[in-house]
Design a protein around this ligand. Structure first.
Ligand SMILES: [Zn+2]
Length: 244
């Protein structure tokens, strides 16, 4: 087994881990890196491997820093299955189309601005990906319910557990050649309204874990609600506006 971390390592966006397991190549997530335009542009556009060499993608959840570069993978020739939970597919349908729309309008904006600045000739910026790429990506998404082992490749299997982070979010167990690897995805908090608590995971040999807030103690949920209502009441009392 070989794992290469291509994102969300020493940084918090662009989650993308390349996994070589039992003779196959998988991606765990394919997220958009969000940062300064030039930096983000290079990281997102130039995939550090051949997209056609990937056998399958396992997607932990719909947030764009985990799913948002899937259309680039498809634009570069990936045509395999993307396994994820059914609600994640529903969310990706809106979110990937929306992101494609933003990529296209961003490129239009930059080109218009450069046209104005240098009237004679400039290299037109191409969108990172287009609506067409997003539309080609959506049919590749394959629904796999929680706790339902799914075969990937010839000899690997994958199973999703509820990560309690957002609707459809999962922590993932991959298994092949007697090796068990867990990819936590983003992990939610306990006792949140609407969302279920993150599930305890089974035993594994290796664990890739989100640790964004690993060095912090979260405030009690009740205190957060109190502080929010306090901000709203104070703002309303002085005739201010609240944008959510
Ligand atoms: Zn997330």
């Amino acid at each position: 087994m070989k794992i290469t971390f291509w994102g969300a390592a020493r940084t918090v966006t662009g989650s993308m881990h390349h996994l070589e397991l039992a003779g196959k190549r998988y991606l765990l997530d394919c997220g958009l890196y969000q940062g300064r335009r030039k930096d983000a542009e290079n990281r997102n556009r130039d995939l550090p491997f051949d997209a056609r060499s990937i056998d399958a993608v396992v997607l932990s959840h719909a947030h764009i820093d985990h799913s948002g570069n899937l259309p680039t993978l498809v634009r570069n020739g990936f045509a395999g299955p993307i396994y994820t939970t059914p609600p994640t597919i529903d969310l990706c349908e809106s979110m990937l189309r929306d992101t494609a729309h933003i990529q296209e309008s961003d490129a239009r904006f930059v080109n218009k601005r450069s046209e104005r600045r240098h009237r004679n000739g400039h290299d037109a910026v191409q969108p990172l990906y287009t609506m067409e790429d997003a539309e080609k990506t959506l049919p590749l998404l394959q629904p796999v319910k929680y706790h339902t082992p799914q075969r990937v490749g010839d000899s690997s299997s994958y199973q999703a557990y509820d990560a309690g982070h957002m609707l459809g979010s999962s922590s993932v167990l991959m298994e092949a050649d007697g090796i068990r690897l867990i990819f936590s995805g983003d992990i939610g908090r306990v006792n949140l309204p609407i969302l279920r608590d993150p599930e305890a995971m089974p035993k594994a040999d290796y664990l890739i874990m989100e640790s964004t807030y690993g060095d912090r103690r979260h405030k009690d949920e009740g205190l957060v609600a109190d502080r929010l209502s306090d901000v709203i009441n104070r703002t309303a009392a002085r005739g201010g506006k609240i944008i959510s």
